[in-house]
Design a protein. Structure first.
Length: 482
C-alpha cells in the first residue's frame, strides 16, 4: 500500500490538541510558558505552547500505537526500511542501541577505529570487545578514508566468533567505502552489518549521491536527520531491516537507552522533515549538489586551497564520495586547517563544520545558497593573500589503529591515576581524549599511549584545538590505568 507522505501525523495531532485549550496540570512545569516569561521573550510563545509531555492523544514513544507509530511507518517507507524509530537522544542512542541489539555482553564486533566516540561508549555499555580494522589512509590529505571489503573479510576470518561488523557511511569528510561488497561479505559469513549513517540522512534523495546503507541491505543504520535532513538538533532515526535482528529486541533496548520524556518539538521536527524529504528531496539535493560543485570549482582556483571530491575515487579506500561535504585541504597555504577555521570564524564570521591540521569542511545541505558560498570563496581568497606562507604543511601524523591492551569496558572500570601527559608514553590510557568536532577519539580507555599519539596531541594543543572528554581541561595530565 502506497503511503501518503503529505501527512504529518504528529504535527497534525499537536495542532488539534492546541485547539482544545486544555488547562495543564501536567509537566513541563513552565505550563505552556506562563511560568517563565523570560523564556517566552527568548523562544516565543509558539515554541513553549507545544512543549508537551506524552499523553494519549499524542501517543508515547515507549510503546507507540497512534500518531508516533504512523510517523514511524512513514519514515520507514521513506528510507525503504522494515521499521524506523524516532530518537530524541541523538544518533548516539541509535548507535549504542545497534551494538546492543546485535551483540551480547562479551561478544566481538569488527569496526574501523575512526568511529565516533558514541560507538566506543556503546562498547563500554554493552561489554562488547572491539576488533579494529585499519582504514586506508590518504597521507596527501592527512586523513583516514574508507575500509576495503578485503580487510573486512580478513578480520571476519581471523575472528570467526565476531557477531557484527560496524561501518561509517559516509565518513565526516565524505568518503564512502564499497558498502555493497562489504555487506555481501558480511552476509556470506552470517554477520550483522551495522552502519553509522550520521552524515548520510540525505543519501536516498538523489541518484548522484552514494547509496544508503539500508538500500544496500544493511541490518541497521543510525541516521542523523538533524545534520542533513532538516530536523532539529538532537533528533535522529534508527532504521531496521528486520531479518537478522528482531524488532522486539530493538524496541526493548531503545526503551532502556532513551528518555521517557521525548520532546515533541523534536518528534514534530522529524515528522515535518520527513514530509519535506519525501516531497521535495530530489529538488533540494539537486540544488545542494549544484552549489557544492560551484563552490569546488571556485575554491580550486584559490592558491593553496584544494576542495577534494570524486577524483579521489580509487576503488579501494575511496569507493565513492559525497559531494555535499565540501572538504578543503589547506596544507599548501602553509597554515593549518585549525588556523583557517579560527580565522574564518573570528574575522569573516563564517562557521565551518570541522577542522583538523590539514583540512576544513563545510556541509552543504537543504538550507544553503550561492550567496553564502560566495562569501566563503571570497574569505578563502582573502586568507590566501594575507596569510599564506611559502612552506607547505607536510603531513604531521595520521594515527593508525592503537594497541588495545584492555577491552574498553574492563579499562573503564579499572582503578586509575593521573600522570603528566608528557611522561605517559607506554602507559595504558584510562580515559577518553579527543577533539570535537569530529568526536573521533585520539585515545580511549584501554589503549596504549605511544610517542606518535603524544606528538599528535601536542600539535593539536599548539593549534588551540577544542579537546573534550579528558579530565584535565588544560591537557597537562592524563588518567592512566593504575
Amino acid at each position: 500500500m502506497k503511503l501518503n507522505h503529505e501527512r504529518t501525523p504528529i504535527i497534525t495531532a499537536i495542532r488539534e490538541y492546541q485547539k482544545l485549550d486544555v488547562v495543564p496540570f501536567d509537566v513541563p512545569g513552565h505550563k505552556r510558558g506562563k511560568g517563565i516569561p523570560e523564556l517566552v521573550d527568548f523562544f516565543g510563545m509558539d515554541i513553549l505552547d507545544i512543549d508537551y509531555n506524552s499523553m494519549k492523544c499524542l501517543d508515547n514513544i515507549g510503546n507507540p500505537t497512534g500518531v508516533i507509530k504512523e510517523a514511524h511507518e512513514l519514515m520507514a517507507d521513506l528510507y525503504g526500511a522494515s521499521h524506523a524509530f524516532f530518537l530524541t537522544n541523538g544518533t548516539t542512542s541509535g548507535v549504542q542501541a545497534m551494538i546492543m541489539s546485535a551483540c551480547d555482553c562479551g561478544d566481538q564486533v569488527i569496526l574501523p577505529r575512526n568511529v565516533h566516540k558514541s560507538v566506543i561508549n556503546g562498547l563500554i555499555i554493552a561489554g562488547v570487545r572491539p576488533v579494529y580494522i585499519q582504514p586506508e589512509v590518504s597521507y596527501d590529505l592527512g586523513i583516514t578514508v574508507g575500509v576495503t571489503p578485503e580487510k573486512v573479510e580478513e578480520a571476519i576470518i581471523a575472528n570467526p566468533d565476531a557477531k557484527a561488523v560496524f561501518l561509517i557511511n559516509p565518513t565526516y569528510y565524505g568518503v564512502v567505502s564499497d558498502l555493497e561488497k562489504i555487506i555481501a561479505v558480511c552476509k556470506k559469513y552470517d554477520k550483522a552489518i551495522l552502519v553509522d549513517e550520521a552524515h548520510g540522512a540525505h543519501l536516498p534523495f538523489h541518484e548522484e549521491l552514494p547509496s544508503s546503507a539500508i538500500a544496500l541491505g544493511a541490518d541497521m543504520a543510525a541516521v542523523s536527520t538533524h545534520k542533513t535532513g532538516g530536523s532539529l538538533t538532537q533528533s535522529s532515526v534508527l532504521l531496521l531491516n528486520e531479518d537478522t535482528i528482531q524488532r522486539e529486541r530493538v524496541c526493548s533496548i531503545l526503551n532502556m537507552m532513551q528518555t521517557t520524556s521525548a520532546s515533541y518539538l523534536l518528534l514534530a521536527s522529524l515528522d515535518g522533515a520527513r514530509k519535506i524529504l519525501a516531497t521535495r528531496g530530489q529538488e533540494i539535493f539537486t540544488n545542494a549538489l549544484e552549489i557544492s560543485r560551484y563552490a569546488r570549482e571556485k575554491i580550486n582556483k584559490i592558491p593553496g586551497c584544494y576542495a577534494f571530491g570524486k577524483e579521489l575515487i580509487d576503488g579501494k579506500g575511496v569507493f565513492d564520495f559525497d559531494e555535499t561535504k565540501l572538504s578543503i585541504n589547506t596544507s599548501k597555504l602553509g597554515i593549518t586547517g585549525l588556523e583557517v577555521y579560527d580565522i574564518l570564524r573570528n574575522e569573516y564570521h563564517i562557521q565551518m563544520e570541522l577542522a583538523d591540521v590539514h583540512n576544513i569542511m563545510a556541509i552543504i545541505s537543504l538550507g544553503d545558497h550561492y550567496e553564502a558560498v560566495d562569501k566563503l570563496v571570497a574569505a578563502l581568497t582573502d586568507i590566501s593573500k594575507k596569510y599564506s606562507k611559502d612552506k607547505e604543511i607536510k603531513n604531521t601524523v595520521v594515527l593508525e589503529n592503537p594497541e588495545v591492551v584492555l577491552p574498553p569496558r574492563e579499562a573503564f572500570y579499572k582503578k586509575r591515576r593521573r600522570v603528566p601527559i608528557e611522561s605517559s608514553e607506554g602507559e595504558i590510557c584510562g580515559e577518553f581524549c579527543m577533539v570535537y568536532p569530529p568526536g573521533v577519539p585520539i585515545l580511549t580507555p584501554g589503549e596504549k599511549i605511544t610517542k606518535e599519539i603524544l606528538k599528535y596531541i601536542r600539535i593539536l594543543k599548539e593549534e588551540n584545538a577544542v579537546f573534550t572528554d579528558i579530565s584535565d581541561p588544560e591537557i597537562k595530565n592524563i588518567m592512566i590505568i593504575d
